[in-house]
Design a protein around this ligand. Structure first.
Ligand code: ADP
Length: 716
């Protein structure tokens, strides 16, 4: 059975091996063992039910609260040749009945449904009458009242399962489950503790950062400038803050969108779509954004304010890097964030014990912002994992910043707070310290304090930020009142007495997340074009990870292309040739890269190529071997057959040989008129956008090789 599962994995998805946990879960399901899978975001949960759905006889029902994601999931499955559909509030009741009929007739292998459907008895009845072999429950933490996203409709799932005639296999999936939540889920669905497959919550490709007491606006601006071509999300706590940031970022020339509950649903949909389709780079949003997106190439998630608990933070931050490529999660912490969250809990309609629970979670979140040890490990401990070592790439693990002794400045702040009798907030204290001429300061006679103007060399903003830093580092605390006042903690008293020092690390400049391969942008453009033509999101054509693999392996044949992770049979049929053409063109224009490619080609186990190539001298580069055969009078087709390589590879070999100075008379291959036609087309549409627009402006029968030859002649 597992061999069959593996060949389906290769055929549909283009992957050669299972990720941790996947094989165990699939085997359990094939043996009808109720199973729970706890895997981090991007861990590959979908495959755990999609592959069994292909191996089991009937239908697989996937219950998911992520309604806006369903269409994308169904589109993605269709891209890889798996028939599926969805039923949620976006379709009419006629359409629902039609889809149910098609299910009855075995038209689909999978159906995604929203949990709210289970509130309707007639729908539950219809579902029970189908031959359901597997029920997968996505975001299973919604079953638990102690989770961060409880949904009452989820409570109907056990009822549905009990009423089904054949006993379907059951899979509960989640990325965020504390031990209490996990226990709740197992009890509700009668899952044995031994059937919980937990791969750990760690996300190896994410690096976590917490920055405190900095100029947040300036940081964001610089960060976006440095990472201009990358896709990212900036979360802010309120609609107002989203609007403000959106305008500020838009003004600096970055392509940005916004998303919050105050926009109309059309506006939200449009923004989301533009983001998913890579038409806008950065999305500024409240936490209303993200539940429904599966975009795999989000390279950074920045939190402008601290969220309420670690579960929400990890879920939101975890939207970065689903494709497994390096990505950053940055939290900009400022002490008043805690007060905002406390206020929101206080105002909520929760029962007293749930409020208590929320306060506890908020405290853990605050501790995360203050910890000085590995941030990834902190999160893992929170979820009950015991990481064996620090992550080695978070803010603290990578912290080689110089420290600065700021004890004297800190003493000035502390004594000012003390002299103002610990009855004023940050703004007033900062104004006194910089010697502000504000009327209120004079009225209160603060201009007569010995600390008045003590820090007049600094701006009020700088002093305010320094106070934030002192609060974040717990030298000062903010009172629990509607007008929070600064108070000294014990730590500050030691500093005032000169018994302890305050060290502050110099802030690092934002860095560039990834340095792109020169071919990456070209492949990305091609991906966008193809996605537009097919009206699907670019990541559905190929993920960033697959594009990166194409850049590092530079495959030039179908066999090699199929050995790239993420290139399955159907994807190759749809897009393979066009990507091969782009890669071959790149190699022509950048012969330096092809040297590495030649060695990669040799190392790979493409037996046909290797055995045929062995017949010739291994020391002669592959392209020269093709060139030599051409010089001996062989046609391109004959060379391809003789050497067991693709015709397009022979073509690029000739171009490479020519660009290295070997004499090739291309007029034997392409006549003068054709070359002239191509030349005119190039003049008209330009070369900047690759081959495709040139090809499209020419008669059908002129192939890509002729265009490449013409460009080669123009460039040499
Ligand atoms: P999750 O639902 O756990 O967040 P997904 O199911 O969306 O994760 O998978 C995340 C990414 O990992 C997808 O691009 C998926 O194709 C890829 N993936 C899943 N399983 C494998 C595998 N065995 N090998 C390589 N990539 C995989």
């Amino acid at each position: 059975m597992i061999d069959q599962a593996k060949s389906l994995l290769k055929h549909h998805y283009g992957y050669s091996s299972f990720r941790p946990g996947q094989e165990e879960i699939i085997l359990n399901l094939l043996n009808n063992i109720r199973t729970m899978g706890i895997m981090p975001t991007g861990g590959g949960k979908s495959i755990c039910y999609q592959i069994p759905s292909l191996l089991l006889p009937g239908l697989t029902v996937v219950i998911s609260p992520l309604i806006s994601l369903m269409k994308d999931q169904v589109d993605e499955l269709s891209e890889i040749g798996i028939p599926s559909t969805f039923i949620n509030s976006s379709i009419s009741s006629n359409e629902v009945n039609e889809r149910l009929n098609l299910m009855r007739n075995g038209h689909y292998k999978l159906v995604y449904i929203a949990p709210e459907r289970l509130d309707t008895a007639s729908f539950t009845r219809a579902l029970r009458s189908l031959h359901v072999s597997l029920v997968a429950i996505d975001e299973a933490h919604c079953l638990s009242q102690w989770g961060h996203d409880f949904r009452p409709s989820y409570m109907r799932i056990p009822e549905l399962l009990n009423g089904m005639e054949n006993t379907p296999a059951i899979l509960a999936l989640t990325a965020t489950a504390t031990p209490t939540v996990r226990k709740d889920i197992c009890e509700a669905l009668s899952i044995d503790d031994n059937a919980v497959v937990q791969t750990g919550f760690s996300r190896e490709n994410l690096s976590f950062h917490v920055l405190k007491g900095i100029d947040q606006d300036a940081y964001i601006k610089e960060y976006l400038q440095r990472n201009k071509t990358q896709s990212g999300i900036i979360y802010a706590a309120t609609r107002k803050e989203v609007e403000r940031l959106y305008l500020a970022i838009e003004g600096s020339g970055i392509s940005v969108g916004k998303y919050h509950g105050g926009l109309t649903s059309e506006e939200r949909e449009r923004m989301q779509e533009q983001f998913v389709y890579d038409e806008i780079q950065v999305m500024v949003a409240t936490n209303a954004f993200g539940m429904g997106i599966n975009k795999s190439n989000v390279r950074f998630v920045i939190h402008f304010q601290m969220p309420r608990n670690i579960e929400s933070y990890y879920q939101e931050a975890g939207r970065a890097g689903r494709d497994g490529e390096s990505s950053e999660c940055i939290l900009l912490f400022s002490p008043q964030d805690i007060r905002i969250q406390q206020f929101l809990i206080e105002q909520s309609m929760l029962s007293e014990d749930r409020k208590e629970n929320e306060y506890r979670k908020l405290q853990e979140m605050t501790n995360y912002c203050h910890t000085e040890s590995c941030l990834q490990s902190f999160i893992l401990y929170y979820f009950g994992d015991t990481p064996s070592e620090a992550c080695g790439k978070c803010h603290h693990c990578m912290d080689d910043r110089e420290t600065e002794d700021v004890s004297r400045d800190a003493q000035m702040v502390f004594s000012c707070v003390k002299r103002m009798r610990e009855r004023f907030g940050k703004t007033m204290v900062a104004q006194v310290l910089v010697g502000s001429a504000n009327k209120k300061i004079k009225e209160m006679h603060f201009n007569q304090l010995s600390t008045y103007g003590l820090m007049k060399g600094k701006t009020q903003k700088e002093v305010s930020q320094f106070i934030d830093y002192l609060v974040a580092s717990q030298y000062l605390s903010l009172s629990d009142s509607s007008y929070p006042v600064l108070q000294l903690t014990d730590k500050a008293v030691y500093v005032l007495k000169g018994e302890q020092q305050v060290q502050r690390k110099k802030e690092k400049k934002p860095t560039q997340i990834v340095k792109s391969h020169p071919l990456f942008e070209k492949l990305r453009e091609l991906r966008s074009q193809l996605a537009k033509e097919g009206a699907i999101a670019p990541y559905m054509v190929f993920s960033d990870k697959t594009l990166n693999e194409l850049c590092s392996h530079l495959p030039t044949t179908k066999a090699k292309m199929l050995s790239i992770k993420g290139v399955g049979d159907q994807k190759y049929e749809r897009y393979g040739e066009q990507f091969l053409d782009e890669i071959i063109l790149f190699i022509d224009e950048n012969p330096d890269y092809s040297t590495t490619q030649t060695s990669v080609e040799r190392n790979e186990s493409d037996s046909v190529v290797q055995s045929k190539e062995k017949e010739m001298d291994d020391k002669i580069p592959s392209h020269i071997q093709s060139y030599t055969l051409y010089e001996q009078g062989k046609s391109l087709q004959q060379i391809a057959e003789l050497r067991g390589i693709k015709l397009t590879t022979v073509e690029s070999h000739l171009l490479q040989a020519s660009s290295e100075g070997n004499d090739i008379d291309f007029s034997n291959l392409i006549n003068k008129d054709t070359l002239e036609l191509i030349q005119q087309a190039v003049e008209k549409v330009g070369m900047e956008n690759g081959l495709k627009p040139i090809k499209e402006s020419l008669p059908e029968e002129i192939n890509y090789f002729s265009i490449r030859v013409c460009l080669h002649l123009i460039n040499n």
